[in-house]
Design a binder for this molecule. Structure first.
Ligand SMILES: Nc1ncnc2c1ncn2[C@@H]1O[C@H](COP(=O)(O)OP(=O)(O)O)[C@@H](O)[C@H]1O
Ligand SMILES: [Mg+2]
Length: 445
């Protein structure tokens, strides 16, 4: 989905920002391949207009540890940005697959890459590009996409990342014609993305990601989730500060209420809203995480204009069901076909409810979210599905109905009799087996 963000920083605005206190020694201390939080150069440290030349020299500071490419080189590695290498696009521009190796730069591992090219006619520009370089150039973590390098040539702005084989979560969850994502895969993705956010929030200089949504969560071949697209990321409050008040933007359906309600809407496009004076903290990211968790549980988009009005905004529609364990199955993704841990779903729903709390102080920290979700991965009451379970032929239940018929979904005559019971039993493999004898469903063969 093409996403537009309105920005008052135009791509032709070539001035850049220089660290006001670029302590050269601070670049030497590294944590997990990234500079530690205390000496990280933040976006706020960069001020005042700079020439393009000075941007290049500032960014060549070893703290960034990035390769600088020319446009010509990037054309070559992507076969001239050919359409067949297209990976996706958003408000910044189009992303193409490419391949780099040591022939391009000594020491560069041979690997596929994703090359994101600024759309010069688009709504984003230098500011978003710089935010990505500054944050991803310094923050290295298993659940953040790795930025390998960039290009800054005249008006051109390009970013080169590690390639993520399975693309973005939005596509996998809502657009893919492949089999639905299984329950445990969804949980694994939620845990990975939560770890990425927790890492950002736990930095000594916390980072607010500001654009947490399914299209910005990328997945590798093993469904490890990584956050990408740091164009809106910003430095959060430190120490005693409780919030930052700033001109911010977000995506409709994901933005926290305090961020929206304190802000005045300036522009409204199809899915992007721009606010001023939004109350912004790391807890705004927690709210957005709650929305994504809800999308994983329900298989529905945060906003879906094709649905009846009362169902269009996911949080509004789903919230009443989240704490009602009797009705939770009414909002679970039908594509899961009941194959999930009931206990896990209840706890995940309660967690989503907490993340979506109207009051930011009532939301859990991302570290707590990670801990809660990790425990859900261990639950083993996962169904093998009500129609997958092999029922011995001609086994009769207490209503005298032949269960085999239920496997054939169209058998209305019998379905009405006990489909409900089977659903409950079928979801819980262990209980199903033992409950058969209790209900007198012993094999009569
Ligand atoms: N590293 C990557 N590997 C694979 N696909 C990617 C990668 N980076 C981006 N993409 C694809 O391009 C889309 C847009 O990328 P994104 O960074 O979100 O751009 P924008 O800043 O324009 O929103 C993603 O949703 C994804 O489908
Ligand atoms: Mg994006």
């Amino acid at each position: 989905m093409g996403v537009l963000r309105t920005s008052n920083w135009r791509p032709n605005f070539l001035h850049c920002f220089k660290p006001t206190d670029p302590n050269p020694d601070s670049t030497k201390s590294k944590k997990n391949g990234a500079s530690s939080s205390s000496n990280r150069i933040s976006l706020l440290d960069w001020s005042g207009p700079q020439s393009q030349l000075s941007v290049m020299s500032d960014l060549s500071n070893p703290v960034f540890n990035l390769h600088i490419f020319t446009m010509r080189e990037l054309q070559k590695v992507t076969s001239n940005f050919t359409r067949s290498n297209y990976l996706g696009e958003g408000g910044f521009g189009t992303v193409f697959k490419g391949f780099v190796d040591a022939k391009l730069r000594p020491g560069l591992e041979p690997q596929p890459v994703a090359v994101k090219v600024l759309d010069l006619d688009g709504s984003q520009g230098h500011r978003e590009w710089l935010a990505e370089v500054i944050f991803l150039g310094q923050l290295k973590h298993d659940h953040l996409v790795n930025l390998i390098g960039y290009c800054c040539e005249n008006e051109q702005r390009v970013l080169v990342y590690e390639y993520m084989e399975r693309g973005n979560l939005e596509h996998l969850l809502f657009r893919s014609y492949a089999a639905a994502l299984p329950w445990l895969t969804r949980l694994k993705i939620a845990v990975g993305a939560a770890k990425g956010l927790a890492f950002l929030h736990e930095e000594q200089k916390p980072v607010i990601y500001r654009d947490f949504k399914t299209s910005n969560i990328l997945l590798d071949s093993e469904y490890n989730a990584k956050l990408s697209d740091f164009g809106l990321a910003t430095d959060g409050p430190e120490g005693d500060e409780t919030h930052v008040t700033t001109q911010v933007m977000g995506t409709e359906g994901y933005a926290a209420p305090e961020y929206v309600s304190t802000g005045k809407i300036l522009t409204l496009t199809i899915c992007i809203i721009k606010y001023i004076s939004g109350h912004l903290t790391t807890m705004s990211d927690v709210f957005s995480f709650g929305v994504v968790l809800l999308e994983l549980l329900t298989g529905r988009r945060s906003v879906d204009k094709k649905l009846p009005i009362r169902e269009q905004v996911l949080t509004k529609w789903a919230k009443p069901f989240l704490k009602d364990t009797q009705r939770l199955d009414q909002i679970m993704d039908p594509r899961l076909e009941g194959q999930y841990s009931i206990e896990g779903a209840k706890k995940a729903a309660a967690l989503a409810h907490q993340c979506l709390s109207h009051h930011d102080k009532c939301r859990p920290t991302m570290t707590k979210v990670v801990r809660t979700l990790e425990r859900l991965l261990e639950l083993n009451d996962i169904s093998i599905g009500f129609f997958v379970y092999i029922v011995p032929s001609e086994v009769k239940n207490e209503k005298g109905c032949v269960m085999k018929c239920v496997e054939e979904k169209n058998c209305d005559e019998h379905k009405n009799g006990f489909e409900g019971e089977l659903k409950v039993e079928g979801r819980r493999r262990k209980r199903h087996r033992s409950s058969k004898s209790k209900k007198g469903c012993s094999s009569s063969k």
